[in-house]
Design a binder for this molecule. Structure first.
Ligand code: NAP
Length: 194
């Protein structure tokens, strides 16, 4: 390969990289807004909308979908994780305020569930959405804060027994691997479409 071709190849790799960085920056600011809107803003405003009617009838149930990542912060998903902590705290505080008025506000904290979002295959620890919901519905009125199913409660039990430094190291490794695989897919998609 001549020197000229090497230089032109490295400059085109650089320009693809720069383009990806620019694209990712634009993507990130919109995504951050979306995550905050979906997890904080909409949960708060929806609750505000339905709560007065429930109080008037002295009966009602609100189940807010937090996540196990609201207890164990997920590196590389920091905004998601932090907004889920908001959902959990918001639900727990409101439950204290409204339980005497006949309204149940539950904070649901799933670990992984096999869904369109997680793109994970179901197994012993990753229930299908249908099975997870069936199980979680059975906890309403019994638990104000729940992992929703037995396999997730077992995961929580195991998590609390792992030292924090090990838990954090493992979480970082798993998330780095997931990010690498996503970026590789994105790169090959871009190069295929060029
Ligand atoms: N899956 C997991 O492992 C897991 C773990 C912990 C917590 N959670 C939480 O569980 C909840 C449900 O997640 P999922 O895994 O079931 O995801 P999912 O399969 O992608 O379902 C998300 C649902 O939200 C709807 N949606 C997305 N953006 C919306 C928007 N801007 N306005 C209105 N609706 C919107 C989607 O509608 P369309 O079908 O029309 O797209 C879909 O019905 C989320 O809050 C997630 O954070 C999931």
């Amino acid at each position: 390969m001549s020197a000229y071709r090497i230089i032109s190849l490295s400059s085109s790799v650089r320009s693809v990289k720069n383009w990806l960085i620019k694209k990712n920056n634009a993507f990130h600011s919109q995504t951050i807004q979306d995550i905050i809107n979906v997890n904080c803003h909409s949960v708060t405003m929806m609750t505000r909308l339905v709560l007065p009617g429930m109080v008037e009838r002295r009966r009602g149930v609100i189940v807010n979908n937090a996540s196990a990542s609201s207890i164990y912060p997920l590196p590389l998903l920091s905004v998601y994780s932090a907004t889920k902590a908001y959902v959990d705290f918001f639900s727990r505080a409101l439950d204290q305020e409204y339980k005497s008025k006949g309204v149940v506000i539950q904070s649901l904290m799933p670990f992984f569930v096999s869904t369109k979002m997680s793109r994970l295959r179901a197994n012993m620890f990753i229930p299908t959405a249908t099975n997870y919901v069936k199980s979680a519905l059975g906890t309403i009125g019994l638990q104000a804060r729940t992992f929703g199913c037995i396999s997730h409660a077992v995961q929580e039990w195991a998590y609390t027994r792992i030292p924090q430094w090990l838990r954090e190291t493992l979480a970082m490794r798993v998330m780095c691997k997931a990010r690498r695989s996503l970026l590789n897919k994105e790169h090959s998609r871009i190069f295929r479409s060029e």
